[in-house]
Design a protein around this ligand. Structure first.
Ligand code: MF3
Ligand code: CO
Length: 260
C-alpha cells in the first residue's frame, strides 16, 4: 500500500485513470453484434498506448491480453477471443493502464443490443453499489463501511454478491493492500486515510454468489450459470477530497456531494 505524498503522484494517477476511461469509451462504441472481444482488446491497447500509458493487465501473472471481456455468466477475467458478440449478451469489460509507474483500473457492464429487463436491473444495481461504496471512500471511514454499503444494495435486490474476488488498494502496483471486499460490517476493518487509493469493484450475480474457474485458470464463471455484472472505479483520497480518476473527467466526490 502506498500513501501518496505529493500532488504530482495524484496527477499521474489521474492521467492513468483518464486513459482507462478513454479506452472504455472506445471499446464501448466499437462493441456490437458480430464484433469479437479480441477486436475490442486491440482497440483498447491502441488507445492506451496512444495516451503514453501501458496496459497493466498484459503479462500480469501471465495474463495474455490488455482487457478482460466477461460476457453473461462470466463474472471476471474473461480472456478476449474470436467468439462474436451476440444481440442480448451482457458484457463486462475491465481495463487497467499504468502511466509513469502509477495505475488506473476500472470495469463496466453494458448490453450488446437489447438485453432482458433482469440483466439491465442486475447491471444497474452493481453500478449503484459501486457509487454507494465510493461514497464511503473518505478519510476516517473503514473498509467495512465500503463492503457494507455495497452488500446492502445486493441484499435489497436479492442478488448474489461475489466473495472470492475483491477490490484492492492501487498505486505503484495494480493490486496493493488493503483488500476491499464487497461485503462487510460498517465500522470494521482498515481505517481509511488521506493518501490512499482504492479500487472498489462489486460483482453481482442474478443467482447464487458461488463461482468456479475454467480450465484456462482465468475465466471466472457463476457456478449456477446465471448472468453476472461487474463495475469498478479507482478512487484516490487526495487532500482536496476523494477523487474518482477513471472517468473521462475526474470526479471530486466532495464537490459532487456538496450541498446535498
Ligand atoms: N481489474 C482486475 C482487478 O481489479 C484485474 C484483472 S486481472 C488481469 O483485479 F490479470 F487480467 F490483469
Ligand atoms: Co481492480
Amino acid at each position: 500500500m502506498i500513501t501518496f505524498k505529493n500532488p504530482a503522484q495524484f496527477k499521474k494517477m489521474e492521467v492513468a485513470g483518464r486513459c482507462v476511461a478513454k479506452a472504455h469509451e472506445a471499446v464501448r462504441s466499437a462493441a456490437g453484434p458480430g464484433v469479437t472481444t479480441l477486436q475490442l482488446d486491440r482497440i483498447a491497447e491502441k488507445v492506451i498506448r496512444g495516451e503514453r500509458c501501458a496496459p497493466s493487465f498484459l503479462g500480469y501473472r501471465g495474463y495474455p491480453a490488455s482487457i478482460c471481456a466477461s460476457p453473461n455468466d462470466v463474472v471476471v477475467h474473461g480472456i478476449p477471443d474470436t467468439r462474436r458478440l451476440r444481440e442480448g449478451d451482457l458484457l463486462s469489460i475491465d481495463i487497467g493502464a499504468v502511466y509513469q509507474g502509477f495505475h488506473g483500473d476500472a470495469a463496466c457492464t453494458f448490453a450488446i443490443g437489447e438485453v432482458s429487463p433482469e440483466a439491465s436491473a442486475l447491471s444497474a444495481a452493481a453500478e449503484e453499489a459501486l457509487w454507494e461504496g465510493l461514497g464511503k471512500a473518505r478519510p476516517g471511514k473503514r473498509i467495512g463501511d465500503i463492503g457494507a454499503a455495497v452488500e446492502a444494495v445486493a441484499r435489497r435486490e436479492g442478488y448474489g454478491v461475489v466473495e472470492g474476488y475483491v477490490g484492492h488498494g492501487i498505486g505503484r502496483a495494480m493490486h496493493e493492500k488493503p483488500d476491499v471486499p464487497n461485503l462487510g460490517v460498517a465500522g470494521r476493518g482498515v481505517r481509511l486515510r488521506k493518501g490512499m487509493a482504492l479500487c472498489i469493484e462489486p460483482m453481482f450475480n442474478l443467482g447464487t454468489a458461488a463461482t468456479r474457474v475454467d480450465r484456462d485458470a482465468w475465466t471466472v464463471r457463476t457456478a449456477d450459470g446465471s448472468i453476472s455484472a461487474h463495475w469498478e472505479h479507482t478512487v484516490c483520497l487526495t487532500p482536496d477530497g476523494p477523487l474518482v480518476t477513471t472517468t473521462p473527467v475526474a470526479i471530486n466526490l466532495l464537490e459532487a456531494t456538496a450541498g446535498r
